[in-house]
Ligand binder design. Structure first.
Ligand code: G6Q
Length: 471
């Protein structure tokens, strides 16, 4: 991976998100390009733009400075920047940052309702610049801008593109100096370090964005240079393999004890499940063993009052990753001690459990009757011996966050290697897109009978949908 080999074999691409955080790298690819040099140039342009927006040099079409930024993107062009912007909330400036991803008009409309078009900057974030959801949202945002300002010429000042597709960006009406490129060796779900991170850089300033990259680079070095026994991504990967393939645990709950990491599980869900949710090996043969787990999670302590019941006493075992910054950015009274005690207690409970003897002893000590003890004890037993990892960092700084994300990226890489699968493609998202484009015309022409050539289930759904259009 680090040497630029085409390890994304089914798409014929190198996998070089690590180059995005190492602009000094001298690696030269087969086509003669030097990723480090390309990265450096774009970072400098991004820096100029970010500083220009923040100090008011770059303004909207009526001369007002920007107050809000809307990132329009989906999947890898949304989850990363959204998660990082939230995770780095304590570092945020006064710029309002909004994310629109869902093609459901509610997402765009509810966002735009709050905004002043004269002071809003749109970032159209799309590697391909063809993704249906993103292009629909971008076109509608542009229409809103035109309608609200009457300034057909304003697109130039109010829209920027983060993309690899120069032609399509130009066709949309975005000028080349507002296009921040990246390259086909950056996978969507690994792209927050590229121009796709522009919303992050605007939200926290360029210095913090560079610190994020530096933190990831530090983890890259650790991963490459540290013996396996002390290697964090390697350890996470092997523990995950043990849980999945030897203990047959099917899911991994990611449980950040940090409100700012609220979107981290969703981000990791894509990174992990889209990378390693595969059932065919590198020889094109069906796997005869399990690959990536189901990944999910919510911030602690909220999860404790919701789904932890199943984690402690359910019939399915769940592996857990606890994540806790030792110091809080929001030191309110005793809150952080409560949070910490809860996190450690949960990991302890999973590990040690509580056997019948302990339950009975506790109940007797509490003065419960023999009868009651007999009746309730079975429900109060915790099996224990349920695996968890506990990741702690001093404080959730941009540098620490960069390291945390990169650690998981490398964990995913190692697991994909051991499972002998291709981690960097995502053919599994294709079929739904193809079928949706075939169904779309049936929804546009309400009179058309959908039964022709369609399965009865989908046809019935479309008929019902059509009938309710008239209501
Ligand atoms: C990520 C996936 C996918 C992708 C989105 C958006 O690895 O490829 O989530 O990021 O489909 O694609 P565009 O950036 O091309 O709009």
């Amino acid at each position: 991976m680090f040497n630029g080999a085409m390890i994304n074999e089914t798409e014929g691409r190198a996998v070089l998100h690590t180059a995005l955080r190492d602009p000094s790298a001298s690696l030269r690819l087969a086509d003669g390009s030097v990723p480090g040099a390309l990265v450096k140039e774009v970072l400098l342009r991004m820096e100029g733009f970010v500083n220009g927006v923040l100090d008011g040099t770059w303004r909207g079409c009526t001369g007002l400075p920007f107050t809000d930024v809307v990132n329009i993107g989906i999947g890898g062009s949304d989850l990363g920047p959204l998660m990082v912007c939230e995770a780095l909330s304590p570092y945020r400036n006064s710029l309002g940052i909004h994310f629109v991803s869902n093609v459901d008009g509610a997402h765009l409309q509810r966002t735009l309702q709050k905004l002043n078009p004269e002071t809003t900057l749109f970032l159209v974030a799309s590697k391909t610049f063809t993704t249906q959801e993103t292009m629909a949202n971008a076109v509608s945002a542009r229409a809103w801008f035109w309608e609200q300002t009457g300034r057909q010429d304003g697109v130039d000042l109010h829209f920027a593109a983060l993309s690899t597709n120069t032609q399509a960006v130009k066709a949309f009406g975005i000028s080349p100096d507002r296009m921040f490129p990246f390259w086909d060796w950056v996978g969507g779900r690994y792209s927050v370090w590229s121009a796709i991170g522009l919303s992050v850089a605007l939200a926290v300033g360029f210095e913090h964005f560079r610190a994020l990259l530096a933190g990831a680079h530090a983890m890259d070095r650790h991963f490459r240079l540290t013996p396996w026994e002390q290697n964090l991504p390697m350890t996470l990967a092997l523990l995950g393999l043990w849980n999945r393939n030897f203990l047959d645990i099917q899911s991994l709950a990611v449980l950040p004890y940090d409100q700012c990491l609220g979107r981290f599980p969703a981000y990791l869900q894509q990174a992990d499940m889209e990378s390693n949710g595969k059932s065919v090996d590198r020889q094109g043969l069906p796997l005869t063993y399990q690959s990536g787990p189901v990944l999910w999670g919510e911030p602690g302590t909220n999860g404790q009052h919701a789904f932890y019941q199943l984690i402690h006493q359910g019939t399915s075992k769940v592996a857990c990753d606890f994540i806790l910054p030792a110091r809080s950015h929001y030191p309110v009274g005793p809150h952080h001690r409560y949070l910490t005690a809860n996190a450690i207690a949960q990991a302890q409970a999973l590990m040690q459990g509580r056997d019948l003897e302990q339950v009975v002893a506790a109940a007797s000590a509490a003065g419960r009757s023999e009868n009651e003890i007999q009746r309730l004890s079975p429900y109060q037993v915790f099996e224990g011996n349920r695996p968890s990892n506990f990741l702690m960092c001093p404080k959730l700084t941009p540098h620490a966050l960069g390291s945390l994300i990169a650690a998981y990226e490398h964990k995913i890489l190692v697991q994909g290697l051991v499972w002998n699968i291709y981690s960097f493609d995502q053919w599994g998202v294709e079929l739904g897109k193809v079928l949706a484009s075939k169904l779309l015309p049936l929804l546009e022409e309400v009179q058309q009978d959908p039964v022709q050539g369609l399965d009865s289930s989908s046809a019935a759904l479309i008929r019902r949908w059509q009938a309710w259009q008239e209501d």
